[in-house]
Write a protein that binds this ligand. Structure first.
Ligand code: 0L1
Ligand code: MG
Length: 254
């Protein structure tokens, strides 16, 4: 376990990388972090953002595909936090100069309508969610060339950087819906099944992680369930995510 002082130093290093748009080497080059250390650095990073006036507005899951878990040699999802400064309006402009090397992911978002009681063993997170929507997540690892270890990426708030959410609609079963992401001249297609077999499973995985990591899940927050395809480099112009039967969302890189 690393010291509180080192936790703060590493959080500051990642925060500076983000605010200065200058990447940083892996924390594993020189430090031995375990997963608890990594979530402590993430909490320190969030505290720095909150000290600048940012508000936490949701959570996101990463490593929700079997391929990504296998690549990283892990069997657990990872959780990061979303702030209001990361939010882009549906159809809104996003200044690409605020990122280091952004990538877009097509996702499904859920809206939490009731606080989730993490201490209630019978809590049903699905009944605490009242809407779903198509979403785009912009990930922007603060590490050089997107090269990181499992603990690195957790410390870096799971590469969370920006997100846009399309029109909300009632929650329904979207276990295997076609998903298309377009950005610049590139396109990625896939299925919501890539998100833990069914995006609703992301909610169950989130509740488990929230209990273990004491992450509050509160009414009004949004949940990004995970990527349905591999990420594509985010380019200038329109980026669009379409989820069959759920809708679409766009952002415009400038
Ligand atoms: O799925 C994600 O939101 C990405 C999690 C972090 C890994 C990455 O930056 O590729
Ligand atoms: Mg994502």
């Amino acid at each position: 376990m690393i010291s509180a002082e080192l936790t703060g130093i590493l959080a500051q290093r990642l925060d500076t990388a983000q605010t200065s748009r200058r990447d940083t080497p892996s924390l594993a080059d020189g430090h031995e972090l375990d997963i608890d250390d990594a979530y402590a650095v993430q909490a320190g990073l969030l505290a720095l953002r909150q000290a600048r006036g940012e508000r936490i507005v949701g959570v996101k899951l990463g490593f929700t595909s079997k391929a990504k878990m296998a690549q990283m040699g892990v069997s657990d999802v990872i959780v990061g936090r979303l702030t209001d400064a990361m939010r882009i309006a549906d159809g809104g402009e996003v200044d690409l100069s605020r990122f280091i090397h952004p990538k877009a992911e097509p996702e499904v978002a859920y809206r939490i309508s009731r606080d989730v009681d993490l201490d209630d063993p019978s809590a049903d997170i699905v009944s605490c969610v009242d809407a779903m929507a198509p979403a785009i997540e912009v990930i922007d690892s603060r590490y050089r060339d997107f090269r990181f270890t499992y603990t690195d990426v957790v410390a870096d708030n799971t590469s969370a950087s920006a997100f846009a959410i399309g029109p909300w609609r009632p929650v329904e079963n979207v276990a295997d819906r076609a998903v298309r992401l377009r950005t610049g001249g590139q396109e990625a297609t896939g299925s919501t099944a890539a998100i833990l077999g069914d995006p609703v499973n992301a909610l169950h995985a989130l509740l488990d992680m929230a209990r273990r990591r004491r992450i509050p899940l509160e009414a009004g927050q949004v949940v990004l369930a995970g990527a349905a395809t591999a990420a594509l480099p985010l380019t200038a112009g329109i980026t669009e995510c379409e989820v069959a039967g759920v809708g679409s969302v766009t952002m415009k890189g400038c």
